[in-house]
Design a protein. Structure first.
Length: 295
């Protein structure tokens, strides 16, 4: 009984004096805060890239270049009629000249309002099936050999590539942050062992095993990681909610697609849980390895 009481006292001493380990709580909070932001960046850019691909995959612009205005208008009417007759086409709409003038105003100024200024006829086309692009282009070229068919997806491919790169960059940052967090936990556990070496030796003499000692540090670090994870996780989610609200107020179609889906929010909320589990396992492995090597 006396021996058991001495062992319990020694164990409480390790737990009570492990306050030095708590110094890493705020470090963990900062690390998790940054991890949540990096993960949100990756999820948001992936979501935006997918939405952009869906929106642009089935969109085309037909450009008809003809010097004679009457011939150009007749040709545009003919092309629109043929496109609307195709089952693959959900919408074929001529672009008004006023819209073209407005788009060219930054380069041409008021000269774009001149009715004598030749402008190509533009037709916006939406497809029900993105795989029908070649068939639609063939129908347009059969009507006008000089017509030009531009795929919106090809225009935005550099943007899509940038978003994909940002997604992978965010994934790399998350991996680096998790690795850095594991290193912090290992260093904190080793520092705790060094500062309580005498107490641990007494516990060993009283019959405590390495697993029992490791469990004490594991419990302490798990508690610190939980506190740090809660602070960093809630802080990160709060910042993301604030940024998401600001993005929604911009009214930008491209930026609006960065909004996280419900599944993304769930994934972000699970990061602190995985964070605590990882920190606990890292502490256990580090402490057991150190005890077997030095004590």
């Amino acid at each position: 009984m006396s021996r058991h009481r001495e062992r319990s006292t020694a164990e409480r001493r390790v737990l009570d004096e492990a306050g030095g380990l708590r110094a890493m709580t705020w470090v963990m909070a900062i690390m998790l805060f940054l991890t949540v932001l990096a993960a949100a960046l990756g999820l948001g850019t992936r979501q935006s890239a997918r939405a952009l691909k869906r929106q642009l995959a089935g969109r085309l612009t037909v450009q008809l270049v003809e010097g004679d205005p009457a011939r150009r208008e007749a040709l545009a009417t003919q092309v629109v009629a043929r496109l609307r007759a195709m089952p693959e086409v959900t919408r074929a709409t001529p672009v008004p000249r006023a819209d073209l003038t407005r788009l060219l105003r930054p380069w041409l100024g008021d000269a774009g309002d001149d009715p004598e200024l030749p402008m190509p006829a533009m037709i916006d086309v939406d497809l029900a099936d993105a795989g029908a692009v070649d068939r639609v282009a063939a129908r347009v070229h059969a009507t006008s050999a000089t017509a030009r068919v531009d795929r919106h997806g090809s225009w935005m491919s550099p943007v899509s590539g940038l978003m994909t790169s940002l997604t992978w960059l965010a994934a790399g940052l998350v991996a680096l942050m998790l690795a850095a967090t594991s290193a912090v936990v290992v260093l904190a556990a080793r520092a705790g062992l060094e500062s309580h070496r005498a107490t641990i030796e007494v516990m060993h003499m009283l019959g405590s095993t390495d697993v029992q000692v490791a469990r004490l540090f594991q419990r302490r670090i798990a508690l610190d990681a939980t506190v740090g994870g809660a602070v960093g996780g809630l802080g990160g989610l709060g910042v993301l909610a604030f940024i998401g609200d600001k993005l929604s107020q911009l009214g930008s179609e491209l930026l609006g697609n960065i909004a996280l889906a419900p599944a993304d929010w769930i994934a972000l909320a699970l990061i602190p849980v995985l964070f605590v589990i990882m920190a606990t396992l890292a502490a256990r492995v580090a402490v057991l390895a150190a005890l077997r090597r030095t004590l």
